[in-house]
Design a protein around this ligand. Structure first.
Ligand SMILES: Cc1cc2nc3c(=O)[nH]c(=O)nc-3n(C[C@H](O)[C@H](O)[C@H](O)COP(=O)(O)OP(=O)(O)OC[C@H]3O[C@@H](n4cnc5c(N)ncnc54)[C@H](O)[C@@H]3O)c2cc1C
Length: 540
């Protein structure tokens, strides 16, 4: 790649740059005015010389801008004025300092699967972490150093080929840190806990541009917070994670498709399988993960959802079979099984690079619920609602109602107080994703359906406080439901915010401290007016 000045300069862009620059540039100090509408050329001229050779800076007129900003789910879209791609970790503090000096909000992104409504309050500079993609297995074979922009597929493949595994999310195309900073749910959690349980240390750039290392021994309170509430505290430029011997050479998988008349039998078998939420000693860690969905498979029916279910087992078919006997006994429309290396498991269970899960550009209006046991009556109500809505809105045909059941031994083995991830007691994770081509006239119906489904799940579990896995949050749920109801958790997190991000600059991803000034950096401030409330305080 050539040096960074890779903007497609046009006279129009130059004029835009001149028109939008603040009348009083405020580099080298705090800015009274946001310069958020800086053109990429201006940023390249001012920031570019400070950065390393392979950085890129793109503005909306550059051809690369579209691919750098395309989102998995465009329903909640942050407004991106410019994209800066650091090429080295040392570039990141300089970018953050520049953004602060110009009153420009900034947000780190890797794979752009973030899907919470709070992201749509963002208007500023995307720090695209994708060039920070190193994966370096350490000589002692106990850990790996990863760049801040790595994603699941690459890690799984590189480690596996070298004889190792580590925890990541279950979907190949999703970033590592997006999930992990919120805990991170994945197929190895029965062994090693949630993804962040394997963190050893993180290199973090704080809101003021200071680069620090965070671990059990350095800034241990912040290390605690990064494991579950990390989106609120900094940009992770790299991290060291534990790795583990890969074990077996192949994993066994089996998928089933059942028609709706088997629904009760399926969920009863599933509750037996995880022993009504008491996984210990019952739901083996080898029986790593199973997930299902209500979905339309048009070759079976265009009007009635089927129940798709996928099991994966770290070992052979023979070892897995005793756990699958109960499901084999339920007559399926079809089944498929086989043995593949671990990096191929996403591809055969519907979460691979070529799966619909990795297609960008469709709305996925979602709401989640964390559960311990399937309420079979509720599952039927949600299924009936599914068919009703598909009939009413054929545009929603690609909608899925998703049920995830993780092996939980490794998660439960860790003291819940030792990280900010608060939901170790919820083995089951469910969410609906109302899926359709972007079309504002359908949005209200999509939200209503998604909310009704979530509310049914919660009503069916009256003994549980509603929980929201932060990475599946819609964005309007209570802070307690995301970060925990025990008062000490939010008190501790808010204390750490005061210490490490007093101006609440990291407030776009399900913030602990709400963005009090939503959209305040938008249009009115672009006209050179003073930035508003404390939430954007760098400009004050
Ligand atoms: C198809 C799909 C499958 C999913 N599967 C799983 C799964 O198996 N397990 C699971 O736990 N979650 C899963 N999720 C949820 C996922 O955790 C979140 O959507 C996550 O935000 C995606 O991370 P990303 O890097 O892809 O997205 P991005 O939009 O690039 O990042 C999301 C947020 O993470 C933060 N962030 C990203 N990189 C950095 C960094 N280097 N430093 C600091 N902050 C950073 C930022 O706040 C950013 O806004 C899935 C989501 C989707 C859409």
């Amino acid at each position: 790649m050539a040096r960074l000045y890779r903007f497609a300069v046009s006279s129009a862009l130059l004029l835009q740059s001149l028109a939008c620059a603040s009348p009083e540039p405020c580099l080298n100090g705090l800015c009274q005015f946001t310069r958020n509408k800086l053109a990429s050329r201006t940023v390249a001229n001012e920031l570019g010389p400070q950065l390393s050779a392979n950085c890129n800076i793109y503005g909306p007129n550059d051809t690369q801008f579209g691919s750098c900003t395309a989102r998995y789910d465009p329903f909640f879209t942050p407004k991106i004025q410019m994209v800066v791609q650091p090429a080295t970790e040392e570039d990141v503090p300089k970018i953050v300092e520049y953004a602060n000096a110009n009153g420009v909000p900034f947000l780190a992104m890797a794979r752009r699967h973030g899907m919470t409504s709070t992201l749509s309050e963002f208007d500023g500079m995307q720090i695209d972490m994708s060039l920070l993609d190193k994966i370096e297995i350490q000589p002692d074979g106990k850990s790996v150093i990863l760049g801040g922009g790595v994603f699941a597929k690459n890690i799984m493949e590189k480690l596996w080929n070298a004889g190792y595994v580590t925890s990541s999310g279950s979907t190949s195309c999703v970033g590592l840190l997006g999930p992990a900073l919120g805990g991170g749910r994945g197929r190895l959690e029965g062994y090693y806990g949630v993804v962040s349980d394997s963190f050893l240390k993180l290199n973090v750039v704080l809101a003021n541009g200071t680069a620090i290392t965070v671990s059990e021994t350095e800034h241990p309170d912040l290390f605690w917070a990064m494991k579950g509430a990390g989106h609120n505290f900094g940009v992770v430029t790299s991290l060291e994670m534990k790795i583990y011997p890969r074990g077996v050479d192949t994993w066994y998988y089996k998928t089933y498709i059942w028609t709706q008349d088997k629904l009760e039998a399926v969920f009863e078998a599933s509750n037996n399988f995880h022993n009504d939420g008491n996984h210990a000693g019952h739901h083996l860690k080898e029986m790593a993960f199973n997930m299902g969905s209500y979905t339309i498979i048009s070759s079976i029916s265009e009007t009635e959802g089927v129940i798709f279910w996928s099991f994966v087992y770290r070992g052979s078919k023979e070892e897995a079979q005793p756990y699958l006997d109960a499901f084999d006994a339920i007559e399926a429309v079809s089944t498929e099984d086989g043995n593949v290396p671990y990096p191929e498991i996403p591809g055969v269970s519907g979460t691979g690079m070529n799966s619909a899960m990795c297609d960008y550009g469709l709305n996925h209006v979602h709401y989640p619920a964390g559960l311990k046991v399937w309420n079979v009556t509720t599952q039927r109500q949600i299924y009936d609602l599914y068919n009703e809505k598909i009939a009413q809105y054929p545009e929603f045909q690609r909608t899925t109602v998703n049920m995830e059941d993780y092996s939980h031994e490794g998660v439960n083995a860790i003291d819940p107080d030792t990280s900010a991830y608060p939901w170790r007691d919820r083995g089951l994770l469910s969410f609906i994703a109302v899926t359709y081509d972007p079309n504002p006239s359908l949005d209200a119906a999509a939200i209503a359906w998604a909310k009704e489904t979530r509310d049914l799940w919660n009503a069916g579990a009256p003994d549980l406080l509603p929980s929201t896995y932060v990475n599946y949050a819609h964005g309007d749920e209570s802070t307690e439901s995301m970060y925990g109801y025990e008062p000490w958790r939010l008190e501790k997190l808010r204390g750490l915010k005061a210490q490490y991000d007093p101006d609440n600059l990291f407030s776009y991803y399900n913030p602990i401290i709400p963005n009090l000034n939503p959209r305040s950096t938008h249009e009115e401030n672009f006209q050179g007016r003073k930035i508003g409330a404390k939430s954007r305080g760098r400009g004050q």
